[in-house]
Design a protein around this ligand. Structure first.
Ligand SMILES: [Zn+2]
Length: 465
């Protein structure tokens, strides 16, 4: 007799008998990096050879679309419609990876060959994102087998191949295919858990806003002996302007950049007791950032200001000169509680009031938009309850993931609530050498998704109520 328990047991067997590891090894062996045009054929091959036949075997109708952005990779949409009156689950993944960085991996490892060492399974894309969407699909296969091919709901999947280039063309694609992608909820996996041992649901992402601060005083550098001490130094002016933006302890002083009422009560509530980090070599500095906030509130409920890079003169080859210009490339990681179009006017007002009219704000703009589904949304609660039942553990809901994901696009055009269930951890080294999947988290992912895919067919989802 098929049951929730037997579905979870079947999914765990896929993991325990090595079938998942073998499938992941196949996926990792395709060097589908989108960051090097030399691998464009492998980017195509990932969808055509690795994903299309697999999804078709599961009963999906698969279509692969060219990207309207000239530099963007193809986009796969798979649909598995059982009954248009039933609820529809949209899932998402990306099959592209960052560069291999082949020569930087530890001795004995290489990006395009999966190599398990105990619980750490090394390979490019193992965590970001091949392993994560493979877990969800293989768990779905287990539930399909238990349900004899009939889920009781519809599933759609969008797989893009340009995520590591900022999801080129994805917004235009989703806007143009609203009907094709229409769904009741987005249920997908990417990114890390809040801590390796803590099952997590993220209901959005923080956004990224970038701008340069530039102090350009004269066309070129002049002799530091003849002019130093006589004329203004752009580096010193820039450093002092930056010091008015954040204090010595990283507290943001441009108060108009921050959520007006503080961290919203609903966000504070879900973050109560939320741990941060773990599994990584670095730990939060206890005194850095906004006083009075917990570490979780600082990164999930507040905005951060980061100087990504700054220069004056040539640090690698200094000469005896007062530089003509100094420049800092800055980033704000922001939550949905502050509209990003207010960042520049607030900063201009702040710099002028602080006596820095010569500090220019250049090239401002949103790179990734912030998104958030209310953590109290019934779909979030449904998923959390299902996972807690499957894993026997509390699930930590966070109002946004710490990294970027294109969830805002799905909210904007499909109006779906976002339920991100990450299957990785902060120490996974995604985007660097030695990327790996942590096997115990992957195994829990199988149980969590088998339970979810099962529960969605039981007739009591938020859409059915
Ligand atoms: Zn990534």
């Amino acid at each position: 007799m098929a049951s929730r328990e037997s579905a979870i047991a079947e999914a765990l067997a896929i993991f325990d008998t090595g079938q998942f590891q073998a499938r992941l090894a196949e996926l990792v062996s395709i060097p589908s990096t989108s960051q090097d045009p030399a691998y464009a054929a492998d980017v195509d091959r990932y969808l055509e050879e690795a994903m299309r036949p697999w999804l078709e075997r599961m009963g999906f109708t698969v279509e692969i679309y060219a990207n309207s952005h000239p530099a963007g990779g193809p986009i796969l949409v798979a649909t598995r419609m059982e009954d248009s009156r039933s609820e529809t689950i949209l899932t998402y993944g990306h099959g592209d990876t960052v560069r291999g960085l082949d020569e930087q991996w530890r001795e004995g490892l290489s990006p395009w060959a999966l190599k398990p060492e105990g619980d750490l399974w090394y390979g490019r894309g193992s965590a970001d994102n091949k392993g994560q969407h493979a877990i969800n699909l293989m768990a779905l296969e287990a539930v399909l087998a238990q349900r004899q091919g009939r889920l009781g709901y519809n599933v759609k999947m969008l797989l893009e191949m340009s995520e590591e280039r900022g999801s080129l063309g994805l917004r235009e694609f989703v806007a143009a295919h609203r009907e094709l992608l229409a769904a009741d909820v987005l249920l997908a996996s990417d990114g890390p858990r809040v801590a390796p041992e803590t099952p997590t649901i993220a209901t959005g992402t923080r956004g990224t806003y970038h701008f340069d601060l530039a102090v350009s005083l004269r066309p070129g550098a002049v002799h530091s002996g003849h002019w130093g001490g006589l004329i203004a130094d752009p580096a010193l002016i820039l450093a002092q302007a930056l010091a008015t933006i954040c204090d010595r302890k990283g507290r943001i002083l441009v108060r108009d950049w921050l959520p007006p009422g503080g961290v919203p009560a609903s966000v504070k509530q879900v973050l109560q007791g939320c741990v941060v980090g773990g599994g990584d070599e670095i730990a939060p500095d206890p005194d850095w950032g906004e006083p009075g906030l917990t570490a979780a509130e600082k990164i999930y409920g507040w905005n951060g200001f980061i100087v990504l890079a700054m220069t004056s003169g040539r640090p690698e080859n200094p000469v005896n000169a007062v530089a003509g210009e100094a420049r800092a490339h800055c980033q704000i990681r922001y939550v949905v509680d502050v509209p990003p179009e207010t960042f520049v006017p607030a900063l201009r007002k702040h710099l002028d009031a602080a006596g820095f009219p010569e500090v220019a704000i250049e090239k401002p703009g949103v790179r990734l938009a912030a998104s958030r589904t209310d953590p109290a949304n019934p779909w979030v609660q449904f998923a959390a309850a299902s996972m807690e039942k499957s894993l026997g553990q509390k699930v930590q809901v966070i109002p946004n993931a710490s990294g970027g994901l294109p969830g805002d696009i799905f909210m904007d055009y499909l109006s779906v609530p976002l339920v991100w269930v990450p299957h990785s951890y902060n120490g996974c080294k995604q985007h660097g050498p030695d990327e790996h999947l942590l096997a115990p988290i992957a195994r829990e992912g199988f149980a969590a998704f088998a339970g979810l895919w099962w529960d969605l067919g039981e007739g009591n989802t938020p859409a059915a109520r």
